[in-house]
Design a protein around this ligand. Structure first.
Ligand SMILES: Cc1cc2nc3c(=O)[nH]c(=O)nc-3n(C[C@H](O)[C@H](O)[C@H](O)COP(=O)(O)OP(=O)(O)OC[C@H]3O[C@@H](n4cnc5c(N)ncnc54)[C@H](O)[C@@H]3O)c2cc1C
Length: 474
């Protein structure tokens, strides 16, 4: 049983200095929570970063009635999980899919309010100038029987999916995340998958999930995602992927989130020095002291800056990057109605995957218009946005025909340099959140580079802090 032992009466945190903050920019999707208008100079716990990890940490603290302040550098919550509204279209900042079987998400999120819209469980692979369906046999059995003979791998490859699924389903998540690891591509070969299914299906599909077409990413992450895909649906919230962090933020107390507040330094409590509690300094010079501790919930490169000398937080591996281009077209011209993901299995070109987002969630575009989302892996620094757009249009004209693709109107291009931390072996997906006296870390770089990993890491950091301060017994 968990017991709350807080020594702090709520009124201790009631004396604040007031400051009015700018409103979030109108391009962000409308938010149902109210950002803070004033803030205290000290609080129970300071959480830095309002991505999924910071929001999960704050949610956990809130559920234990621990006062906290969530400081976010940007103009809205969500971190890497945000949606912009452009000309009536919902543009997620990069192609993102929510898997309903994510275990920590199931505990934290209220799915019905997200109004989740499902993808077809499988994909359509462009190979040899044709489209071929690959289906999840647990969801679309007859489709998968019909696809046995297609050229996206051998019949043996397709029959191997069932034992691979059973193998991951028999393991707990903790077992998966701590199991012996090797690069995903080596694991697939060890299982017996042929080079053709690896090239035509696994590279574009899991390469798109990990932003890593080489499939160097740890087999632990492959197993975890594979298990979640087997157990759940791939979905998008009707109001955009940003609805996920917004739902978490809306449940936090008023005046607990401070936007546009970049932390520039974290001052650690020196053990035994009697120097008091750790504190943070904001870009504008303000200092906020924490009575209980600080949770650093920023992305890996920022964590390295805020916590210099903590080498365990920084991986010397290049980050995973992506470019996502959005186009609009007439809804009546969309060549299919299925909510399916298209993969480039041809081994040529720069497009990795694309889909008609309004087929999955019609709310992603105005009534008569369709939204097209195209994803590339890597940053393509040597190419201008115009060149990238022209190349994508040229390539997809080969898939769908000049007349259709020629009518697309470009909406926006997102280049995301730090999409995910690099998780090729060796990895530690169960990193200790304790950083120093009174300072804790969370974020996808401490666990798996997924929504779920970020949420889980947030809870773990909050639990570690509360245990260390003897505020809970578990
Ligand atoms: C394009 C893209 C596609 C993805 N697709 C998927 C997917 O399909 N499925 C999936 O499970 N995962 C996906 N991911 C990964 C997933 O989004 C991340 O793993 C997760 O959101 C990380 O959350 P986080 O809280 O750890 O970090 P972040 O979201 O990066 O949050 C960190 C926050 O800290 C703030 N911050 C940084 N520095 C400071 C500072 N000094 N002071 C105050 N605040 C600061 C940042 O502004 C940010 O809001 C994708 C990621 C991207 C970018």
């Amino acid at each position: 049983m968990t017991l709350f032992l807080s020594p702090f009466p709520p009124t201790q945190y009631a004396r604040h200095q007031h400051r009015v903050l700018p409103k979030p920019q109108a391009s962000s999707f409308s938010s149902s929570f109210q950002p803070i208008q004033s803030h205290p100079k000290s609080t129970g716990v300071v959480v830095i970063g309002a991505g999924l990890a910071g929001l999960a940490a704050a949610t956990h603290l809130n559920s234990r009635n621990i006062p906290f302040l969530l400081l976010e550098a940007s103009d809205a919550v969500g971190g890497r999980v945000r949606t912009d509204v452009v000309d009536g279209f919902l543009l997620d900042r990069g192609f993102q899919i929510f898997i309903t079987a994510y275990p920590e998400a199931q505990k934290l999120l209220h799915y019905p309010s997200l109004n989740l819209r499902n993808f077809y469980s499988g994909a359509r692979v462009y190979y040899n100038s044709q489209f071929h369906t690959v289906s999840n046999p647990l969801r679309h059995f007859w489709d998968s029987v019909q696809s046995l003979a297609n050229p996206i791998g051998s019949v043996f490859d397709k029959l191997l999916i069932a034992p691979t699924t059973l193998r991951v389903l028999s393991k707990s998540d903790d077992e998966i995340l701590t199991s012996e690891e090797l690069p995903t591509v080596d694991l697939l070969r060890r299982f017996g998958f042929s080079d053709s299914i690896i090239r035509r299906f696994f590279r574009p599909f899991f390469g798109g999930v990990f932003f890593d077409r080489e499939l160097e990413t740890t087999s632990r992450l492959f197993h975890f995602i594979f298990k979640c895909l087997a157990l759940g649906d791939n979905a998008l919230p009707a109001n955009g992927i940003g609805a996920i962090p917004e739902q978490l933020a809306a449940k936090l107390p008023p005046n607990s989130i401070l936007l546009n507040s970049k932390v520039v330094s974290v001052d650690l409590e020196e053990p035994g020095s009697g120097s008091g509690s750790p504190s943070v300094r904001l870009e504008n010079g303000e200092v906020i002291r924490s009575d209980l501790g600080i949770i650093v919930a920023v992305e890996e490169p920022q964590a390295a800056k805020l916590l210099p000398g903590r080498s365990e937080l920084v991986k010397q591996k290049p980050a995973r990057s992506t470019v996502c281009l959005y186009f609009s077209m007439d809804r009546s011209q969309v060549p299919i109605r299925d909510p399916v993901l298209f993969l480039n299995g041809s081994g040529m070109g720069i497009v990795n995957n694309m889909f008609f987002a309004t087929n999955v969630a019609p709310s992603y575009g105005p009534a008569e218009k369709a939204l097209v989302s195209v994803s590339l892996i890597g940053m393509f620094e040597g190419m201008s946005d115009d060149d990238l757009r022209a190349e994508v249009v040229r390539e997809l004209s080969g898939w769908f025909g000049d007349s259709m693709v020629g009518s697309w109107r470009h909406l926006r291009t997102y280049r995301i340099g730090f999409a995910q931390p690099n998780q090729r072996p060796p990895t530690d997906l169960m990193k200790n959140p304790r950083i120093g006296s009174g300072v804790y870390a969370c974020g996808d770089h401490l666990t798996s580079a997924t929504f779920d990993g970020a949420l889980l890491s947030g809870r773990r950091a909050a639990e570690a802090l509360l245990r260390d301060k003897a505020l809970v017994r578990g």
